[in-house]
Design a binder for this molecule. Structure first.
Ligand SMILES: Nc1nc2c(c(=O)[nH]1)N[C@H]1C(S)=C(S)[C@@H](COP(=O)(O)O)O[C@H]1N2
Ligand SMILES: [Mo]
Length: 201
C-alpha cells in the first residue's frame, strides 16, 4: 500500500469526500504564522469596517461579544497541504455585521487587515458566503493567541491563508488589491477544490 493509500485507509468515505485534491487530513492543528504573534490587548481591541460603505461599524471586545452569534461546523484547508476535517467555529457571521452598515454599490472586493500587519484579499462575494464568520471559539475553546485569538476571520471555502488571524478591520474596495501572501505569488482567489495554490498555476 502506498503512503497515500495508508493515510486514506484511516478515514471514512464521508471524511475523504470532503478532502480537496492534493490535501492530507491532519488530526493536530498546525500553527502557520508569518512572523511573530502580535500583542493584542482586549482593553484596547477593536474591530472595524472601512472603505466603500455608508455608516460606521467599530466595536470594542465587549460590544463584539454582545452581537448575535452563530456556530458553524466546517473544514479548514491550508495550501501547505493539510486539512482539518470537521471543526466547529463560534462567533459572529459577516452577514450579521453587514446588517449594520450599507455597502456602496461599487464595493466588489475586500482586504482583511490583522493586528501585526498581515493582510489578505478576497472578492466581496466570497466574504458574503453563509459560512464566513468572525470566530473567537474553536471546538468549544476560546481561540488561542497562536491561532489568531481573540478573534479571526474564517473563510472555510478558500485556502486558510484567507482566514486572517487577529483580524482588526475589513476594508471594502472598488478594485482588487493583493494582500500579503498574494503579493508573494499565492493565487489571488485560492479555491482548494480547484487547487488555486500559486498564481499562474
Ligand atoms: N494574521 C495572520 N493571519 C493568518 C496567517 C498569518 O501569518 N498572519 N497565516 C495564514 C495561513 S497561511 C494559514 S494556513 C492559517 C493558519 O491558521 P492556524 O495557524 O490557526 O492553523 O492562518 C492564516 N491567517
Ligand atoms: Mo497556509
Amino acid at each position: 500500500m502506498s503512503a497515500v493509500d495508508k493515510h486514506r485507509a484511516r478515514y471514512t468515505p464521508e471524511q475523504l469526500e470532503r478532502l480537496p485534491p492534493g490535501q492530507v487530513i491532519t488530526e493536530k492543528w498546525p500553527i502557520l504564522t508569518a512572523g511573530p504573534n502580535p500583542r493584542v490587548d482586549l482593553a484596547t481591541w477593536r474591530f472595524s469596517l472601512s472603505g466603500r460603505l455608508e455608516g460606521e461599524f467599530s466595536v470594542s471586545w465587549e460590544e463584539f461579544k454582545a452581537l448575535p452569534r452563530v456556530k458553524v461546523t466546517t473544514d479548514m484547508h491550508c495550501v501547505t497541504r493539510w486539512s482539518r476535517i470537521g471543526t466547529t467555529w463560534e462567533g459572529v457571521s459577516i452577514r450579521e455585521i453587514l446588517k449594520r452598515v450599507r455597502l456602496l454599490p461599487d464595493a466588489g472586493f475586500v482586504v482583511a487587515h490583522s493586528y501585526g500587519g498581515y493582510t489578505t484579499n478576497l472578492p466581496l462575494a466570497d466574504l458574503l458566503d453563509d459560512e464566513v464568520l468572525l470566530a473567537d471559539i474553536n471546538d468549544g475553546e476560546p481561540l488561542s493567541i497562536d491561532h489568531g485569538g481573540p478573534m479571526r476571520l474564517v473563510v472555510p471555502k478558500l485556502y486558510a491563508w484567507k482566514s486572517a488571524k487577529w483580524c482588526r478591520e475589513i476594508e471594502f474596495l472598488t478594485d482588487d488589491r493583493s494582500g500579503f501572501w498574494e503579493n508573494y505569488g499565492y493565487h489571488n482567489h485560492g479555491d482548494p477544490w480547484k487547487e488555486e495554490r500559486m498564481w499562474r498555476d
